[in-house]
Design a protein around this ligand. Sequence first.
Ligand SMILES: Cc1cc2nc3c(=O)[nH]c(=O)nc-3n(C[C@H](O)[C@H](O)[C@H](O)COP(=O)(O)OP(=O)(O)OC[C@H]3O[C@@H](n4cnc5c(N)ncnc54)[C@H](O)[C@@H]3O)c2cc1C
Ligand code: FES
Length: 293
Amino acid sequence: MQQVEVQSLQRFHPDYFLQRFTSESLSFQPGQFVMVKPSGLFDPFLPRAYSILRVRRESNRKGGHMVEIFYKLMGKGSRALSRLKPGDRVDLLGPLGNGYHVPPSLTTALLVAGGIGVPPVVALAEMLARSQFTLRGSQQGKTNRRSSDKGRRKVVAFVGGKTSDDVLCLTDLRKARAKVHVATEDGSVGHRGLVVDLLEAHLKTQTSRQGLIIYACGPHAMLHAVAQIADRFQIPCQVSLEASMACGFGACMGCVIPVKQSVKEQLAARQSTISYKLCCKDGPAFDAREIAW
Ligand SMILES: Cc1cc2nc3c(=O)[nH]c(=O)nc-3n(C[C@H](O)[C@H](O)[C@H](O)COP(=O)(O)OP(=O)(O)OC[C@H]3O[C@@H](n4cnc5c(N)ncnc54)[C@H](O)[C@@H]3O)c2cc1C
Ligand code: FES
């Protein structure tokens, strides 16, 4: 746990906040999260989980970094964070969990985000945009180091929300060279309907599915629908799940996620086909086929 300072707080539409904390250098995988709470606060007592949106090097502090989170006002925890001023102190634990896995064979990332599920997806788009060489170089060895991946890895993002106010971070995604498609339930911007409609329509136009991976984060029902589409089109899919978290690192057992048992486990147990994993420690990013939806 480190104590960090609020560097800035920016409000987007009444419900959404971008908050920056000064921090030591912190390297993270997109999809990983931090547990955050104002220092010295006892109500709420427990910290809250937030995906890391990005970590930036701070220009005016030698060696300093800024951790950014983007959140929606939900209850006591997020309200307490949103009332902090620059210089106020925060307890921050992380990065925690397992983020999205990016294999060297990835050629096109299809990102699907619903509402406030957007931060890990933006983090992934930004990572894919700026670190392709590093990623592929370290994973594939020197032979492919010279081949330019810029343009080889395509990023297509499908972003949905209830209304135009809930469609978030489009500029960030476009800056990360993602082609962005938008859906809103009320039709106030983009396609009127669900973001999964856009994903399905897009997949129908694809002649080859090789090298495609779907990465999603959002409401559970959306993730389930994305997993079903991925299954139908036979495309690998990783989902970032949410669960109520008290500790964030596997100690409280409060964040169990039902998963399908392997054949070996089923044979050993001779009955249930459901097993459990911890969202904080085994996830929050999971292979969608693993989840017992
Ligand atoms: C790994 C992980 C990453 C997360 N990343 C982000 C993020 O980047 N940005 C962000 O805004 N949130 C994120 N969340 C969700 C966030 O942790 C919760 O919204 C947070 O606990 C809210 O705390 P609170 O005290 O403000 O609200 P609470 O008092 O905990 O909740 C207020 C009300 O909202 C309901 N509620 C809480 N969370 C949710 C939810 N996710 N969906 C629907 N209803 C809910 C509660 O049941 C309650 O009725 C993440 C959660 C996890 C597990
Ligand atoms: S939050 Fe405590 S075990 Fe996952």
